[in-house]
Write a protein that binds this ligand. Structure first.
Ligand SMILES: Nc1ccn([C@@H]2O[C@H](COP(=O)(O)O)[C@@H](O)[C@H]2O)c(=O)n1
Ligand SMILES: C[C@@]1(CO)OP(=O)(O)OP(=O)(O)OC[C@H]1O
Length: 162
């Protein structure tokens, strides 16, 4: 059977932080602020996977008041979420994502993001698609106050009922 999940996340941009999106460090004047490394795209994907398997969201599994997750590498968080999905027998059919950022230009980094995400979800890179869009300078992404990400995943489980 198939299960679909969607995820959405936003992090604020701040000076003095590294910008990490989709597991890739991107040179920029500002980075994303969070309890973890604030990888907005990996968080949206983790929420999409958790949604598909009906297991809540990342804040439940990795509370933002737990020092264990302070500055955590979000690849580790997504890796743990993927383990939960695997334990229930799921594999990735496909994952489609959109990063909403006015700046910087993300296109040059998208192939590497795809590779990293596919590795974390133990799938071939062609099962993962990452897109980027601006908001034409409108709203908080347009004012470069933050970056948002959306993700959708489809999982398949060879087993029986839901
Ligand atoms: N941070 C971004 C935003 C967009 N892109 C690429 O530019 C194309 C045009 O964006 P619009 O918002 O003007 O539609 C978009 O399709 C992306 O390929 C980007 O690389 N980085
Ligand atoms: C990842 C966690 C945990 O470190 O913290 P943040 O980096 O602040 O990210 P967010 O998307 O707000 O929520 C999940 C958190 O609990």
């Amino acid at each position: 059977m198939y299960r679909i999940g969607q995820g959405f996340d936003v992090h604020r941009l701040a000076e003095g932080r590294k910008l990490i999106v989709g597991g890739v460090t991107i040179p920029h004047s500002h980075g994303l602020l969070g309890h973890s490394d604030a990888d907005v795209l990996l968080h949206a994907i983790a929420d999409a996977v958790l949604g598909a398997i009906g297991r809540g969201d990342i804040g439940i599994h990795f509370p933002d008041n737990d020092p264990k997750w302070k500055d955590a590498d979000s690849s580790r968080l997504l890796g743990q979420v993927w383990e939960m999905a695997k334990q229930e027998g799921y594999r990735l059919v496909n994952c489609d994502c959109t990063v909403i950022a006015q700046q910087p230009k993300l296109a040059p980094y998208i192939p590497e993001m795809k590779e990293r995400i596919a590795k974390l979800l133990e799938a071939e890179p062609d099962r993962v698609n990452v897109k980027a869009t601006t908001t034409e300078r409108l709203g908080f992404p347009g004012r470069e106050e933050g970056i948002a990400a959306l993700a959708a995943v489809l999982l398949e489980n060879g087993g029986g009922s839901p």
